[in-house]
Design a protein around this ligand. Structure first.
Ligand SMILES: Nc1ncnc2c1ncn2[C@@H]1O[C@H](COP(=O)(O)OP(=O)(O)O)[C@@H](O)[C@H]1O
Ligand SMILES: [Mg+2]
Length: 268
């Protein structure tokens, strides 16, 4: 497969507001060819961070969303029958390995353990991908880097990563940004005023406290941005918050009621 098959790095920098030292740490990992694990709740900026780093490092980015049907063949490749007979087709992982791309496996714990083991020889000094079906062993090109993400709160115990897999990664802990920074993100991404962005973040943080009262998934930065965009588009503030923040989070009448009350109290 040729380089043209992979998406080129973005022309302009994806918008990313750094938290602490994660940009420098990621750059070191990239230089030292260390695999990276991004831990943190849904919608807190993990994917955006990888997009930004791929741009900074000028590497193509291959993203694979993991699910429990994902097979080794989906990652590595398979023989396909075409007009000219049977031919091998590289999967996205193999393409990334050959071309020196950043390969991002989103929600890696959703993939079965027997699928994930194919990553092991890529994450140690060998940096190679054995392809059983063809007998080929592909050495990773210089810029290749493996990045995985997962949401630690979300997974059931049986869906955790094996220690033998986890120990192959440098882990980055992500969380929702502090209010000032989250407001700047909502203002930029939602195209709303600073004061509205602040109000949405304050509401978000109040709603996050409902975790103690049984709210399993708390509002992410992504949901606050969705509400902001609706408001920027002309939807009334409370309607936007109820549709974009409250309803997606719960079906439980008591929790929905409590959240709607907080929305009302925040925007009178
Ligand atoms: N630090 C950040 N800088 C810029 N945008 C951010 C940041 N954190 C979150 N976002 C915004 O929140 C949205 C959701 O983040 P995303 O990276 O998709 O979350 P995750 O991959 O953790 O689920 C992004 O599309 C982006 O608009
Ligand atoms: Mg993501």
């Amino acid at each position: 497969m040729r380089r043209a098959d992979l998406p080129a790095p973005a022309d302009s920098a994806p918008y990313y507001l750094p938290h602490a030292g994660e940009v420098a740490l990621f750059e070191q990992c990239h230089q030292r060819q260390l695999a990276v694990m991004l831990k943190g709740p849904t919608g807190c900026g993990k994917t955006r961070f990888v997009e930004y780093m791929a741009w900074r490092l000028q590497r193509p980015l291959v993203t694979i969303s993991c699910h429990d049907d994902l097979s080794t063949a989906d990652l590595v490749g398979r023989f396909l029958i075409g007009a000219a007979g049977t031919a091998w087709h590289d999967g996205p992982l193999t393409r990334a390995v050959r071309e020196g791309a950043i390969c991002y496996l989103d929600e890696v714990v959703e993939a079965r353990q027997d699928t994930v083991v194919v990553l092991h020889p890529l994450t140690d000094h060998r940096r190679m991908l054995p392809i059983d079906k063809t007998g080929e062993t592909v050495a990773a090109a210089a810029g290749f880097q493996l990045v995985v993400s997962y949401n630690p709160g979300y997974q059931r115990m049986q869906k955790d990563m094996k220690p033998s897999t986890r120990q192959r990664f440098v882990a980055f802990d992500f969380d929702f940004p502090p209010p000032e920074r989250e407001a700047a993100i909502v203002e930029h991404e939602g195209a709303v005023t600073a004061s509205l962005a602040h109000a949405l973040v304050t509401l978000g943080n109040r709603l996050r406290q409902l975790r103690d009262r049984g709210l399993a998934e708390v509002p992410s930065t992504r949901l606050l941005i969705a509400a902001a965009r609706l408001i920027a588009g002309g939807i009334a503030v409370q309607d936007a918050c109820n549709a974009a923040i409250v309803s997606p989070l719960s079906d439980e009448p008591a929790l929905v009621g409590a959240m709607r009350d907080l929305v009302k109290a925040s925007f009178i």
